[in-house]
Ligand binder design. Sequence first.
Ligand code: APR
Ligand code: PHB
Length: 398
Amino acid sequence: MRTQVAIIGAGPAGLLLGQLLFKSGIDAVIIEQRSPDYVLGRIRAGVLEQVSMDLLDQAGVGARAQAEGLPHDGIELLFKGARHRIDLHALTGGSRVTVYGQTEVTRDLMDARAAEGLTTVYDAQNVSVHDFDGQQPRVTYEKDGQTHELVCDFIAGCDGYHGVCRASVPADALKTYERVYPFGWLGVLADVPPVSHELIYANTERGFALCSMRSTTRSRYYVQVPTTDKIENWTIDQFWTELGNRLDPEARANLVTGPALEMSIAPLRSFVAEPMRFGRMFLAGDAAHIVPPTGAKGLNLAASDVGYLWTALTEFYNDKSAVGIDTYSDRCLRRVWRAERFSWWFTSLMHRFPETGEFGQKIQEAELDYLVNSRAASTSLAENYVGLPLGFAEAATP
Ligand code: APR
Ligand code: PHB
């Protein structure tokens, strides 16, 4: 088999790239090691920046996110028992975010791909990438007991943190940066109305909590837990009690409980691999970087990487220019590090760190007090929360 771009991984990054390339008349095949149901079963964050919404539109799959997504003009910060609203819309001069689950984004992209009859190979085993340092890279994989080969011009490594693409790069060509946090998030998805119409980020002496949602009838809640906690040790009733204990009296009174559709613990990590291009192979999304979920930047960063890669490949095929390809890694990494900094900062501000004790919490409360009472500080949070424009990477000076 031959294609122009071999995309490894059918997560949101790979599927979005496939759809954008299709719109530009560039041929791509997606190779995914899991089944479609497995990919759709993963519950992830659900806040889309305008840049991500625009890319979905450009890929021709934005209609349902526009119609069913919930536009949010603000978020609330809860500390010392009181909630304070950050008016994202007013502070950024008109930007907002859209609450729409990653599962739905993935479903919309899968449906569009199927409707166009584009090739996705699911359940591919032993996927390997070859010769990306030369002119004609190849991908090999096994399916139904047979070995297959896909010859291509470029490989897009959209295969997530545990994928094969980054792992195939010689160790001395890669530099990685990592921070692992001493806690995780216990998350619950439930068909109950959200406690409030906006997201609540809570800093409490019992630890962080987040009240989010997928729709007006489906809520997504999280509480900070020690990394040593096991999901088997939590019942859904204990979760509701703990979440209630971390909320203000009004939110606690509004909390509707119910059975969990999903309940799991996720560790928190910051990770970046540099560079993001190796000859004719590019990394995009979680394959190149991980952010802690505070601020919901993971999916948005995956989308912006793909936006840069789409532009680069379109320039290559349509304009015979390699500029986009040559600048891909630098453009991505500049935006990636901005989001890494924001996610790290927001995580550090909102969680209890075992080692910093009561002093640490007092310092956080002082910073939160400053944040909600200074327009300059609130604006900084707001402009990072709604996300930087893609074109920001072109600006000459930081
Ligand atoms: N061969 C083929 N496919 C692979 C391989 C492999 N060796 N390894 C992993 N994959 C697949 C995974 O099964 C998965 O479907 O690559 C896909 C990667 O998808 P994601 O992990 O969702 O990563 P990405 O598309 O970059 O999306 C980033 O996901 O983790 C969240 O916060 C993150 O929201 C962000 C988004
Ligand atoms: C979510 O809805 O899952 C979510 C929302 C906001 C975040 C993180 C996760 O900051």
